[in-house]
Ligand binder design. Sequence first.
Ligand SMILES: [Zn+2]
Length: 380
Amino acid sequence: MKLTNRQQIEDLSRFKSEKFLTTSFFLSTDKSRLSRKEILVSAKNLVNLGRANLESLDLPKEKKASLAGDLDRIWEFSERNTTSNSQGLAIFSASGAGFWQDIHLPHAPRNRILFDGNPYIRPLAQILGRYHRIGIFLVGRREARWYSLTMGEMTPLDVITSDVPSKVKDGGFEGTSEKRIGRHVEAHLHDHFKKAAQKTFDLFKKDQFDWLFLGCEDGFASDIEQFLHRYLLDRLKGRLKAKPSDPADRVLKEALELEHTLDAASEEGAIKGFVAEIEKGGRAVSGIRDSLRALNEREVQTLLVSHNFSSAGKSCPKCKFLYIAETVCPVCEKPTETLADVVDEGIEAAFRENAAVRQISPPSRLDHYGNIGALLRYKK
Ligand SMILES: [Zn+2]
């Protein structure tokens, strides 16, 4: 299935087997960055990593057999499914319990494989969190039409048609009559806009979109905006050329382009703010070592990470601090454990501390700062 909503994640989170562990597998299949061969190599590496982990685990025979079955099936499945046009693949399997769920993702996850008591769903929540619910409001002289757009899927919401007389160019015999008709048309038009704006608010109360895109003639925009509720004005992120009568696929294409432009601008803004802070020696750190230290010290406000940047590292089993190479925790002097990907643990730690996490699509200026950095909280 395709990842489209939070309900799917909640359903997965409810699975738990008393007898068997679950394998969670995440693979980037983003063909704009990776060839089919590279995707297959990553899949193979992940499955092999899983097999090596399995070897080292001290578990009852049947639990191990179930996990080994997961790995075989995951490899077979990913081998057959690298040609799909989704950007990522998530698989959750507990073969001993007959549990299997494969999910195509609209955005590339960080590659990883792990065994746990239940499905590891955080990466799915992270992907969903990247997407905005967008309300699309298209309004013409008589018609208004609404769609909702989320994760690339557009759904029609409603349509209204108002009884607005056509513009009368040469209707009256004399100037005053023309003006009167003009005013009459205008009053109807305003009623139509007002009704449509109210309807937009009603839909918002049900759909709770984060962003609103407005499509109308340039001359109408300010007339319509004056009727929009303040909540909607706050969410109004851009304008579309689309009209209510346009075919849905054209509306979708334009809305997706606008969403992409806005996302790219926001990412660029985050990087710019970060670089400025670093350059003036402000409240920011760059590079894996300093970023981990800031995470350990709970100073991170926003963590910026190049998408799929990873690095091996260490963690302290007692204080959970993260390091690059320390074999003994400098804080509590316990021997540290080796992590295949300390960046991933860092992202988890940032979430636990309620820090924002921005995954930045490479190439970006973050590459020059070691692919990772953090804006720090202001000291109280
Ligand atoms: Zn420690």
